[in-house]
Design a protein around this ligand. Structure first.
Ligand code: SAM
Length: 325
C-alpha cells in the first residue's frame, strides 16, 4: 500500500479531505466534492484524493466529473492499486484489460484481511464454501471417490474453503494473491502448503497434479473465464474435479464488469466455456452467494470434471473408464 493511499503529505489538504469524508458520510456530497477539490488544489499529485473525488462524484451522479478524476488517478497510479482502469471501464470510458487487476485485488484484500470473515460471513451471509463443499461431497459419493489425493484451493483467502475440504483430501494447497490473506490462513494451520501468487500463473506452472481444484468467490475478480479454465484443465489429473462459484449475469455478454468492480459471468457463456475446454459439467446450479446492501447476489455453483480418458484420434470411439477416482 502506498502512502498516497491515506495521506496527501500536506496537513491542510488532509484536513479538508477529512471534513469532506465527514460530509460525505452524512450525504452532503456537493460540499464534500468542493472540499476535496480544494485539497487537490493544494496537493495536485495526491492519487488517493483524486480517487476520493471520483467516488464522491460517482455517488452524486456526476459521472463526467468522476471520469475526469479517475483519468488523473490513471495517470498518477503506475501500479494500478486504485483500479482507475476498472472504474473507467465500468462506466464505458475505457477498455477492460485482460485478467485480474493484480495490484488492485492484492491491495484490496491486504486491507480487508483482518475483518474479512466477520464482514463476509457475519454481515453479508456468505455461504459459498459450505454450498460448494456440499456439491463436491455429493459428486464424491456418486463417483465413488473416497478421498482426494491433492487439492488446490485457488484464492484460498483466510481458508474458509480449506476448512471444509481438509477432511476430504490428503494434501491441501492454497494459493492467493494477497499476503495478508495468506497470513490469516497460515495461523489456522489448515493447508499443507500455501503460496502467494496469481492463480493463472500458478496453474500454468503445474501439470496434472491435482484431483480437485476449487475457487470459491474468486473468479469474480479475474475477468474472462476461458483463459482461467484453459490454464486449469491441464493442472487437473484426468478424472479430476473443478469446483467454483461465479456471480451470474443474465445478459448476452460472456463477462460483465459490475459497478462493484466484480465480474459477473453469463450463464450460457459459462456452459459454453466449460464445453470448449473439454470439461464435463457435473453440477451447474444457481444460488444466492451473499447479500450486498441487503439484496441477494445471485450466482452459479459449478462442479466439472476433466474426462477420465480424453478422446484422441487414437482412442476416439473406444470405451473409457475412470483412471483417477
Ligand atoms: C472473496 S475472497 C474468497 C476467499 C476464499 N476462497 C473464501 O471462500 O473465503 C477472494 C480471494 O481471492 C483472491 N484472489 C482474487 N484474484 C486472485 C488471483 N487472480 N490470483 C490469486 N488470488 C486471487 C483474493 O486475494 C481473495 O483472498
Amino acid at each position: 500500500m502506498t502512502k498516497t493511499f491515506c495521506s496527501s503529505g500536506n496537513v491542510i489538504a488532509d484536513r479538508r479531505a477529512e471534513y469532506a469524508r465527514m460530509l460525505a458520510e452524512t450525504g452532503e456530497l456537493g460540499p464534500a466534492i468542493e472540499l476535496v477539490e480544494q485539497a487537490l488544489d493544494i496537493a495536485p499529485d495526491w492519487t488517493a484524493g483524486w480517487d476520493l473525488l471520483g467516488s464522491y462524484c460517482e455517488k452524486a451522479g456526476e459521472i463526467a466529473r468522476a471520469i475526469s478524476a479517475w483519468r488523473h488517478v490513471e495517470a498518477l497510479d503506475d501500479q494500478g492499486v486504485f483500479a482507475a482502469g476498472l472504474k473507467l471501464a465500468a462506466h464505458g470510458a475505457g477498455q477492460l484489460s485482460q485478467g485480474t487487476a493484480v495490484s488492485y485485488v492484492e491491495a484490496l484484500f491486504d486491507q480487508y484481511a483482518p475483518q474479512f470473515e466477520q464482514s463476509l460471513v457475519g454481515r453479508l451471509g456468505y455461504r459459498v464454501p459450505e454450498m460448494l463443499d456440499a456439491l463436491v461431497r455429493a459428486e464424491m459419493v456418486r463417483l465413488g471417490i473416497e478421498r482426494f489425493a491433492a487439492t488446490l484451493d485457488l484464492g484460498c483467502g483466510t481458508g474458509l474453503m480449506g476448512e471444509r475440504l481438509r477432511p476430504r483430501t490428503a494434501f491441501l494447497e492454497g494459493i492467493d494473491i494477497s499476503a495478508a490473506m495468506i497470513a490469516e490462513t497460515a495461523r489456522k494451520g489448515i493447508y499443507d502448503q500455501l503460496q502467494k501468487g496469481e492463480l493463472v500463473a500458478a496453474l500454468n506452472a503445474r501439470r496434472a497434479g491435482a484431483d480437485l481444484v476449487t475457487a470459491a468467490d474468486v473468479f469474480i475478480y479475474c475477468g474472462a473465464l476461458q483463459p482461467i479454465l484453459s490454464a486449469l484443465v491441464p493442472a487437473l489429473r484426468p478424472g479430476g474435479l473443478a469446483a467454483f462459484s461465479l456471480e451470474a449475469h443474465d445478459g448476452p455478454e460472456a463477462v460483465f464488469l459490475r459497478p462493484s468492480l466484480r465480474y459477473a459471468h453469463g450463464v450460457e457463456a459459462t456452459r459454453d466455456a466449460l464445453v470448449v475446454v473439454g470439461l464435463e459439467i457435473l453440477r451447474f446450479e444457481q444460488a444466492v452467494l451473499r447479500f450486498d446492501r441487503g439484496a441477494p447476489v445471485m450466482g452459479l455453483l459449478v462442479v466439472a470434471r476433466r474426462p477420465p480418458i480424453e478422446l484422441t484420434a487414437a482412442n476416439d470411439g473406444e470405451d473409457g473408464g475412470d483412471v483417477a477416482a
